[in-house]
Design a binder for this molecule. Structure first.
Ligand SMILES: [Mn+2]
Length: 433
């Protein structure tokens, strides 16, 4: 399998040499400022270098809305093209070593060949994502009225078998997790029996759980509404937590930032799930009104920062009982070049993480004890308003990535080259979950 055009390492080196003098000066100044606050800048940089987040295979194609999709130039045509785009993002950021696949959109004819291709690109696989929210060509039974919670046992069986197939595929390519999100629910009062639909969900997921290898995790993803507009079976974190508790230790909750009502305190949900040992992972994105799937940090960077504050606080407690949360991106890019949006997203996640690492936890703790609300808030704000850009740039440079990924990407003409290599097909499947 041919990768086609790839960005030459010499372009990264050349651009980094150009950017280096300014970056080093800014880094020195910030280092001195942080030193006065008792923070060693290199320690923060090292942690940022260790930060990794999984890319969604479905995020490198151009997404659409309910109304239209405007295809982009050189879009990936299949799972191999998607991996090449993801590897390019990893080459320029050195922070995205794994890709989450979506079945059947990415279903490989030959899993072994796919695994080898990924290995040649030096990327691995993250969670498998099943799809029982739409019907596939040739599918025997339809999911119009539900999948894992359908009233008809034969539809449920078909949905269960699909999830087990995702596990089997994942085993062949080195995945260690299955993310399950269903669109099951109703649009009308009376349509769905709340209680029995959840009972059916538990019965179905128990069968999936039984097929899960010991070293795998099952992520239960909840969502408030859409496609169901009146009631959704797995609608909130409490329901997802209950499900995880019922299933067993390999099950945990996946928090997709866009799957809440506006203004919900997501950082508090994160804290609760961490406390209960059931935070499986994230689907990072951002939103203004609903499940907008906008780029993380583009609308509510302070919320993102507060989420990372909870994660850092939890990791400093030590003695973790459950595996650390998986970081994944789940976005749909319908206006921007998806590669640029994803690289920008990675940087915004690293930014929120770096800012959260700067929080003076001693001062925060003292202010909490004294009930000094204003100073507690200012302690957080002091970290949040610090411009950590030099840290992010130096972290990338030290990891062998591009100091300015988007600049190198644009300079490489990658998209234009792919436009020639990948003639438009008009049927690229992308989606939002
Ligand atoms: Mn999601």
């Amino acid at each position: 399998m041919d990768t086609g055009f790839t960005i030459d390492i010499s372009l990264i080196t050349k651009e980094n040499e150009r950017a280096r003098p300014d970056l080093e000066r800014d880094y020195d100044i910030l280092g001195k400022q942080l030193e006065k606050r008792g923070i060693a800048i290199d320690e923060i940089t090292k942690k940022v270098q260790e930060f990794a987040v999984a890319l969604p295979s479905w995020g490198v194609g151009t997404g659409g809305t309910r109304f239209a999709r405007f295809p982009g130039e050189g879009e990936p045509r299949n799972v191999f093209d998607k991996l090449v785009d993801c590897a390019t993002i990893h080459q320029l950021t050195r922070a995205t070593p794994r890709v989450a696949l979506h079945i059947p959109w990415d279903k490989p004819e030959n899993p072994e060949a796919l695994g080898q291709f990924a290995e040649s690109l030096q990327i691995g696989f993250d969670a498998m994502n099943s799809n029982t929210f739409q019907d596939q060509p040739g599918q025997r039974l339809g999911y119009k009225f539900g999948s894992l919670t359908h009233t008809d046992r034969s539809v449920r069986s078909q949905a269960i078998a699909h999830n087990v197939e995702c596990i089997e595929l994942g085993k062949q390519i080195g995945s260690k997790a299955l993310s399950v999100w269903i669109g099951d629910g109703g649009n009308f009062p009376g349509q769905i029996d709340f209680r029995s639909s959840l009972e059916r969900y538990l019965e179905s997921t128990n069968e999936i759980y039984a097929a899960l290898p010991d070293d795998w995790q099952l992520f239960i993803e909840y969502k408030l509404y859409e496609p169901a507009f009146y009631s959704t079976v797995v609608n909130d974190w409490g329901t997802a937590y209950y499900i995880a508790e019922q299933l067993g230790p390999k099950a945990s909750v996946l928090v997709d930032l866009g799957h809440h009502a506006p203004n919900v305190n997501i950082e508090m949900i994160v804290s609760r799930l961490l406390q209960f040992g059931r935070l499986g992972g994230f689907h990072f994105n951002d939103s203004k009104y609903g499940d907008d799937d906008l780029d993380a940090g583009s609308i509510k960077p302070f919320q993102l920062f507060l989420i990372f504050c909870e994660l850092i606080q939890d990791s400093s407690r030590g003695a973790r009982q459950s595996p650390p949360p998986s970081y994944m991106i789940d976005q749909s890019h319908n206006l921007t070049d998806p590669i640029e949006s994803l690289m920008n997203t990675v940087e915004e996640l690293q930014r929120a993480y770096a800012q959260a690492l700067l929080v003076d936890t001693q001062s925060l703790s003292t202010n909490r004890e004294k009930n000094d609300a204003i100073m507690a808030m200012k302690t957080l704000k002091k970290a949040f308003v610090t411009d950590v850009s030099p840290i992010l740039g130096v972290a990338r440079q030290r990891s062998g990535a591009a100091i300015d990924p988007i600049r190198v990407y644009r300079g490489s003409q990658y998209r234009k080259r792919k436009g020639v290599e990948r003639p438009a097909m008009g049927t690229t499947m992308t989606g939002i979950v």
